[in-house]
Write a protein that binds this ligand. Structure first.
Ligand code: GUN
Length: 313
């Protein structure tokens, strides 16, 4: 049987509808949650991501601002931008788009974000809250992966989960979330011995290694659920032919746009083996933005619950 496609766009739409209903309640109290997105320099991918984040806010009626700093911005300039946003009552969420230019001390900047406004969930306070299962803001991509699994009826409790990748942003937090949902979790990385053998033990395999097409059919137990977090543009015809053999739609997209997207999973060898899989595009990606909207509304609720006076716009 061909793998079941876990459609991230449908789940995003469900979640956005839920956020819209919650925003209605805010509106009745005269409150409009607000998100500030900081973009530094002109990384083309970051420009697209931040524009999509702001667009998603606009579609829901969340106030949003995109602050653009030059490629030459210093750590001090970013710190003062973050400090200003920390102090603004009408801003509930602050997101510093990564990666930052090399001259900027990224860890210092992320540490400066008020944990109550840290809608990325990257601040050590929020990561600590996640580790210890306290309420807080959870990183968006890991939270989105859990939503895909839960809303698709994929069992987690008692399952073997293998996460490939140990980043602070995806690998570590998704491993914690799966553990908190009672999966038995293994985290693999570049030094893991016999990676395909370890991955074949997984009922749920999360590929977050950032290496396009590296996870092949030999990594996958027949019937397993595969979550593909990777997203890389293929810009050569030879690569498109290699990863999407005989796929006329992909080739047509490549001809039209000059690129097509590939995840960390090799589709032609994994789709015949997996039981369920998130496609690229249209799998995990849409959930990252949806969960940012969830976190912004959650940040607004948590912070304002501490300060009962609502701020009208
Ligand atoms: N760069 C790539 N993904 C992300 C993300 O989820 N948040 C931020 N801030 N930067 C990113």
């Amino acid at each position: 049987m061909p793998a079941r496609i876990l459609n991230g766009n449908e789940i995003r739409d469900q979640i956005k509808a839920e956020v819209a209903a919650e925003l209605q309640q805010f509106q009745e109290c005269g409150v409009r949650p607000g998100l500030a997105v900081i973009l530094v320099g002109n990384n083309p991918a970051s420009e697209i991501y931040t524009r999509n984040k702001v667009k998603s806010c606009e579609s829901l009626g969340i106030h949003s601002e995109r602050l653009i700093l030059p490629e030459t911005a210093t750590t001090e300039e970013l710190l003062s931008c973050v400090a200003e946003l920390n102090g603004r009552e009408e801003i509930d969420g602050i997101l510093v788009q990564l990666p930052l230019p090399p001259q900027v001390d990224s860890k210092r900047v992320l540490l400066a974000v008020d944990p109550q406004k840290d809608v990325d969930g990257f601040h050590p306070v929020n990561l600590g809250n996640l580790v210890t299962q306290r309420p807080g803001l959870i990183p968006c991509t890991p939270a989105g992966i859990l939503e895909i699994l839960k809303r698709s009826g994929i069992p987690i409790e008692g399952q073997r989960a293998v996460v490939i990748g140990r980043s602070d942003i995806v690998g570590k937090p998704v491993a914690l979330l799966l553990m908190h949902h009672n999966a038995t979790v293994t985290v693999c990385h570049s030094r893991t011995r016999d990676l395909p053998r370890v991955c074949r033990e997984a009922d749920i395999l999360v590929a977050a290694l950032g290496k396009p097409g590296m996870v092949t059919g030999e990594f996958v137990k027949p019937g397993a659920t595969v979550i593909d977090v990777g997203i890389s543009p293929l810009t050569s015809r030879a690569d498109v032919e290699r990863f999407f053999p005989g796929d006329a739609k992909r080739m047509e997209e490549f001809e039209r746009k000059g690129s097509t997207l590939l995840g960390d999973v090799d589709p032609s060898s994994v789709y015949p083996v997996a039981g369920a899989i998130t496609p690229v595009p249209g799998g995990v990606g849409p959930l990252t933005i949806a969960m940012l909207m969830v976190n912004t509304v959650r940040a607004a609720r948590l912070r304002r619950a501490q300060r009962p006076v609502a701020v009208a716009r």
